[in-house]
Design a protein around this ligand. Structure first.
Ligand SMILES: Nc1nc2c(ncn2[C@@H]2O[C@H](COP(=O)(O)OP(=O)(O)OP(=O)(O)O)[C@@H](O)[C@H]2O)c(=O)[nH]1
Ligand SMILES: [Mg+2]
Length: 350
């Protein structure tokens, strides 16, 4: 169920508001039968703005909202009154949303903080009223600027999941099972490969009311970078994870070999993934006894901290959480948890 609700890509048509036209007006009253021009400026058209919201996890809300239209600015008025701005449309998006132009693919910006805002499509400027055009040679300008038109543009919003731990493993390694045991998430679990088709996220409660986010992604196989299996495009979801948790079942023929294949697939996707801290979990350890564990220890790669776990028998899970927490919170104790709410990242006109 949760799987269908995870939307990490939307294409939307945005139309910002047109600027209001400037006004053509002359002051006329009993005292000033021939007063000067006093037409005010038109108001700016509404922007389309994205705002980061840490409580939203997917782009689902935008999936069915193909057209996003902001209001036009109000025309200028007499007495040099500026028209009201068109109302902006503010779209709340999850942290990790990347905004791109659909035609050129150009990346506009990325939302990473709660409350962070960026203008996706700006509204048209309001036109100047006729009072601006008075000159020594023309005291009664009978024209004003029209408002700038709004812009209609297609945009792509893409979500890179921001989690603390990303699960990396072959299909059937037990990734979703682990997520279902240490978080409240209810991913689909089954004994066939590629059960997970889209990422699942869960929040892992940790000691002292702390927590971290875990991202379960579809399984990776050898040559995923050539499109084998589900390919490796899901790796983009773990690009931003602080720590990668490699998961290899204890009954795997050659743990070292599987570990190297996974490392290589990460490398083929983005070499920087290899700079992240890694932890290796040997999963389904309820299937083996101490003697077998001892044998397996010989073939475990030396360059990574590891431990034996069993999600089903709930073994080694507290130790695993400790190990993970250590990797991304070393030296960070006492750092304020809350991100300060950032003010608007754009300048209002005037
Ligand atoms: N004995 C045992 N079986 C487990 C354990 N964890 C998972 N399994 C079984 O392994 C199979 C695969 O589990 P999943 O959690 O769906 O594996 P996955 O890594 O998410 O697989 P994909 O989504 O296909 O990539 C299921 O039949 C699980 O019941 C465990 O700790 N012990
Ligand atoms: Mg799965």
């Amino acid at each position: 169920m949760a799987e269908q609700n995870f939307v990490d890509y939307v294409k939307i048509c945005c139309r910002s508001g047109a600027g209001g036209p400037g006004s053509i007006h002359f002051l006329r009253d009993r005292k000033n039968p021939k007063g000067g021009p006093d037409g005010g400026d038109g108001g700016r058209g509404g922007h389309i703005i994205l705002r980061g919201n840490r409580n939203i996890w997917t782009l689902l809300a935008l999936k069915y909202r193909k057209h996003v239209v902001a209001e036009p600015g109000v025309p200028g008025k007499d007495n040099n009154k500026t028209g009201a701005f068109g109302e902006d449309v503010i779209l709340e998006v999850p942290l990790g949303t990347v905004a791109k132009d659909a035609e050129t693919g150009e990346v506009h910006f990325e939302i990473t903080k709660d409350g962070e805002t960026h203008i996706l499509v700006s509204g048209g400027r309001g036109g100047l009223g006729n009072s601006h055009f008075k000159s020594p040679t023309n005291q009664t300008p009978r024209y004003a600027q029209p408002g700038e038109p709004g812009k209609e543009e297609w945009k792509i919003l893409e979500l890179k999941v921001l989690a603390d731990v990303g699960l990396v493993g072959f299909p059937n390694a037990g990734k979703s099972t682990l997520l279902s045991v240490v978080t409240a998430a209810k991913p689909k679990i089954a004994s066939y490969p590629f059960t997970t088709l889209v990422p699942n996220l869960g929040i892992v409660p940790y000691r002292d009311m702390r927590s971290f986010v875990m991202a379960d992604i579809p399984g990776i196989i050898e040559n995923a970078h050539e499109g084998k299996g589900l390919g490796h495009r899901f790796l983009r979801h773990i690009e931003r994870n602080a720590t990668l948790l490699f998961m290899i079942p204890c009954d795997t023929e050659n743990i070292k070999k599987e570990y190297d294949i996974l490392l290589n697939e990460l490398r083929m996707y983005n070499e920087e993934l290899l700079d992240k801290p890694r932890v290796l979990a040997i999963t389904k350890s309820d299937l083996i006894d101490e003697e077998l564990r001892e044998m397996l220890r010989q073939e475990i790669p030396a360059d990574v901290p590891y431990l034996f776990i069993s999600a089903v028998a709930q073994q080694g899970l507290d130790e695993l959480k400790d190990m993970l927490w250590e990797t991304f919170h070393v030296g960070e104790e006492n750092v304020a948890e809350e991100q300060p709410r950032k003010g608007l990242a754009f300048e209002e006109e005037e």
